[in-house]
Design a protein around this ligand. Structure first.
Ligand SMILES: C[S@@+](CC[C@H](N)C(=O)[O-])C[C@H]1O[C@@H](n2cnc3c(N)ncnc32)[C@H](O)[C@@H]1O
Length: 241
């Protein structure tokens, strides 16, 4: 990679971090509103598919305000350990505050770090998850390889992300909502034209169900499969290490 490429990637990371820093105070509210609360069910489903048992150890990459980490905590219980990692401190501050409110401060730890260079050793976790994060990292393959590295053999890596609705008419309606209505509502509440333009742009540029599954297989994950959620608005991909 040339210096110019590296500089462009760094600039892109900085842009993403600035965006989430700005959106952090309203992030949870907008998630619930714009997804009609479906995001809550998508994360719960993800936590239940992680193959975890009470006492398990799990890493939630790009954890944001921690919602998936809390669902994972419900699965691993008081003896378990959940680590949430994100590079935007403003999101983590909210995650820690929520953990205290939920009485999960002992189970969930939130650390600042980069998904492309995870500050953990090999095989440290039974599973690793990433929800609505892979779309935002500047190098998807590297992020997936990092998650694979820190999960023990036989453990799972789970990717929850926006995908492609499967029924043609539903897809058209969804695209209209996504391209026009959602950025408009987002702009109204956030008062920032950039933020909710970024969402449809990155979702439409993200690999569809089959392409992401193929990428995971190429990276060496075993038994790769996916579940379409809400007609394929989202998909949960699971690969084994
Ligand atoms: C859309 S939010 C998802 C938050 C959370 N997982 C959820 O389900 O709501 C994306 C998060 O990815 C984080 N992020 C993006 N690139 C990252 C990177 N390279 N390393 C760590 N976090 C990153 C952002 O800071 C942001 O909090």
């Amino acid at each position: 990679m040339t210096r110019k490429d590296e500089a462009a990637l760094e600039e892109r990371e900085q842009y993403v971090q600035d965006l989430f820093r700005r959106v952090a105070p309203r992030y949870d509210f907008l998630n619930r509103l714009l997804s009609f609360r479906r995001d809550v069910a998508w994360r719960r489903f993800t936590a239940r598919q992680a193959g975890l048992v009470p006492g398990g150890r799990v890493l939630d990459v790009a954890t944001g305000t921690g919602d998936l980490a809390f669902d994972l905590a419900a699965v691993v219980g008081r003896e378990g350990r959940v680590v949430g990692l994100d590079f935007t401190e403003e999101m983590l501050v909210r995650a820690r505050r929520k953990a205290d409110k939920l009485g999960l401060g002992d189970v969930c730890t939130f650390v600042q770090g980069n998904a492309l260079d995870l500050p953990f050793g090999e095989n440290e976790f039974d599973a690793a998850t990433i929800a609505f994060g892979l779309r935002n990292v500047v190098d998807r393959e590297r992020c997936l390889l990092e998650m694979k590295r820190v999960v023990r053999p036989g453990g799972r890596v789970l990717v929850l992300e926006f995908s492609r609705p499967v029924w043609p008419v539903f897809r058209q309606v969804y695209l209209l909502y996504f391209r026009y209505v959602l950025p408009w509502i987002g702009r109204l509440i956030q008062g920032d034209p950039d933020t909710y333009r970024y969402l449809p742009e990155t979702v439409l540029a993200f690999p569809d169900q089959e392409a992401l599954a193929a990428m995971m297989r190429e990276l060496g994950f075993r038994n790769v499969r996916y579940h379409n959620l809400t007609g394929g608005i989202c998909a949960l991909h699971i690969g084994e290490v």
